[in-house]
Structure formats: C-alpha cells, structure tokens
Design a protein around this ligand. Structure first.
Ligand SMILES: NC(=O)c1ccc[n+]([C@@H]2O[C@H](COP(=O)([O-])OP(=O)(O)OC[C@H]3O[C@@H](n4cnc5c(N)ncnc54)[C@H](OP(=O)(O)O)[C@@H]3O)[C@@H](O)[C@H]2O)c1
Length: 312
C-alpha cells in the first residue's frame, strides 16, 4: 500500500480507501451476510487500507465497528456522515448530537476522524453553514470529531456548485467529490481550490456503472456524442477500448482507478465493492503507476468538455 497525508488534517492515509456505501454497501445490497461484509473490511485492512468511509444511512457502520474489533483505534481513519437534509430541521443541534452518538455507538468508538455533512445540494448549503457548522466546530473542540467534511450530491450537482461555494469557507478540512474519466470537471472547479487551501480530498464515483459495465458506457457515450461533447475514443468496440488494446491497462476499472489516483490534488480514491476479487484487483490498481502521459492527455482531450454525467 502507498500512503499520503490528507491535506491539512495531517492524517496519514492509504491512497485506496474502502467505500462502505455506493451501490454495493460491502455486499449488503446483494444480500451478503454480515460475516462476509466483515471479512471484506478485514481483507481491505490486511491489504493496508486504513481509511474506511461509511455513513449513518448506509447501514454499514455496525459492520465496520465489528470488523475493527481488536485493532488499535489510532491505526484507522474512520470517515462517516450525518445524513442531510435533516429529519428535524427545527432542531439541528439536537439531531446532530443524537446522530453522532448513534454513529459512535455503532462504530464502537468514542471519536470520529472525519465527520461529513452528507450529500449537500447547492441550494441546501446556506442551511448547513447557518445551522450546523457552529455545532460541528464545538464537537471538534470537544474531541468527538477530529475533522469536518462535506460531501456533494454528485448526481444532482455534476458541476460541483455546492463544493465551489463550500470552499469559500475555511472550516472544511476534507471534501468528498465525484471525479472520473468521464466527468473531469472537478479538476478546475474543485481541485484547483483544494490544492491552494490544502483541503483533504476523497474521490467517489471513480468507476461506478459506466466504467465497470460496457453496455452502460456505450449508452453514456452515445448521449455525449449526440450532445457534441466528445470526440475521438476507439472507432470500433467500446470508446475506451484503446486503453486495453494499446496495453496501458488490463481492464477499464483498472484504468479508471489509476486515472483518479494520480490526479493532482486527490489524496484518497474510494473503492466500493461487495466482491473480494474486485477489492483485491482495485487495491492493486490503485497502487500501480500512473497511466502513460499520452493516454492521460488523450482522456483529458476526449472528455474535457463533459460536466453533465456521473457515470452512474
Ligand atoms: N454523496 C456521498 O457522500 C457519496 C455518494 C456515493 C458514494 N460515496 C462513497 O464513496 C464510495 C465509493 O463509491 P462509488 O460507488 O462511487 O464506488 P466505485 O468504486 O466507483 O463503484 C462501485 C461500483 O463499481 C463496481 N465495481 C467495483 N470494482 C469493480 C471491478 N473491479 N470490476 C467490476 N465492477 C467493479 C461495484 O460493484 P461490485 O460490488 O460488483 O464490485 C459497484 O457497483 C462509496 O462506497 C461511499 O462510501 C459517497
């Protein structure tokens, strides 16, 4: 495993993070047993992953808590999230406190390393800054959370408007952003600012559906072509087949994870999976060298105008 420093948090984190949500939720969405999901987390830890990302709404905090039993707490970076919008917007302080206590109990710990507000849409950001930030700062002072984060609702906000606004405020230690080969708009919209501010960056959606299922990639490619947003790609087969044919990568998911991992400003790429084989392959991909510079340049050129898809 390779490790890096997560921006201004100073936390030493593995470049591959385990995403315990997404479509797979550690296999829980495919009805895997709790024992299998715990084994998946342990596999990631055995391969050197030390950052685990979960959330109160994923239903996987308890699994993470059980998987971490017996592991020294200071060896792990736990990232979890407060669901947003709030269930009780009239009592933000009370709800935040209650949610955090429940997350701590499920995770079997007495502090969270990175506590995010989850999936904030652009129009919701003013509520977050007016009603939650002061209390999050208080929880930080009390040591219940070490760092504050905010995650975007990428599917609704493919141009990263919320994060662009959030990064004008200085209190976010970490952000979670959607970034992948197909939609690279975070480079200019978000990463240029996080690099300046030394904000920690966790990437989600590196692979998702389009970069793991050829049929979905073809659909999105056709949509982008019709809108005149892409040019190039492979003339026969799938649009990204040149990555394999020309030998820069053995699979599309491998290329997709490597593309994100080596993007300047990205600290951790989250991989979400319910499969032990995929987890092994993904961690191996994330510790491979960058794609060749000419390939990166070509991918930047083909998809450089796209900011309207997520790859979902
Ligand atoms: N707004 C938010 O805060 C937010 C939103 C989304 C995600 N997240 C976080 O980000 C994490 C990463 O999420 P993501 O869904 O974007 O993850 P991802 O790693 O980009 O995509 C996961 C999807 O790709 C498939 N997959 C993974 N590796 C594969 C491989 N080698 N070959 C074929 N298919 C593969 C998985 O299915 P299999 O199970 O079959 O492998 C799953 O359907 C989540 O787990 C969550 O922690 C946060």
């Amino acid at each position: 495993m390779e490790y890096t420093i997560l921006g201004r948090t100073g936390l030493k984190v593995s470049v591959a993070g385990l995403g315990c949500g997404g479509p797979s939720r550690l296999g829980q969405r495919a009805n895997k047993s709790e024992k299998d999901s715990i084994a998946l987390v342990r596999q990631a830890l055995d391969m050197g992953v030390n950052l685990l990302d979960t959330a109160e709404v994923y239903g996987t905090e308890e699994i993470v808590g059980k998987a971490l039993e017996g592991i020294p707490r200071d060896q792990i970076v736990i990232s979890t999230k407060k669901a947003f919008p709030l269930r009780d917007p009239k009592d933000p302080v009370g709800e935040l406190k209650k949610s955090l206590e429940q997350s701590l109990r499920r995770l079997r710990t007495d502090y969270i390393d990175i506590y995010h507000v989850h999936g904030v849409e652009p129009q919701e950001y003013p509520y977050v800054s007016d009603n939650l930030v002061a209390d999050l700062l208080r929880l930080k002072e009390q040591g219940k959370i070490r760092f504050m984060g905010v995650t975007e609702a990428f599917i609704e906000d493919t141009k990263h408007q919320m994060l662009q606004r959030a990064l004008e405020d200085r209190w976010w230690d970490v952000v979670m952003v959607g970034f992948n080969i197909l939609n690279q708009s975070a480079r200019a919209a978000v990463l240029s600012k996080t690099l300046e501010r030394n904000t920690g960056v966790l990437v989600m959606f590196a692979v998702r559906k389009a970069l793991s299922q050829p049929a979905r990639l073809s659909e999105i490619w056709a949509e982008l072509k019709q809108k005149g947003l892409v040019d190039g790609g492979s003339s026969v087969g799938g649009p990204l087949d040149f990555l394999i044919k020309e030998g820069s990568s053995s699979t599309i998911p491998e290329a997709a994870y490597r593309f994100c991992r080596h993007e300047p400003g990205v600290h951790v790429v989250l991989s979400g999976t319910g499969s032990a084989d995929h987890l092994k392959a993904n961690i191996e991909s994330l510790t491979k060298p960058p794609l060749p510079a000419a390939v990166i340049a070509r991918l930047r050129e083909i998809f450089g105008k796209v900011d309207c898809v997520t790859g979902n």
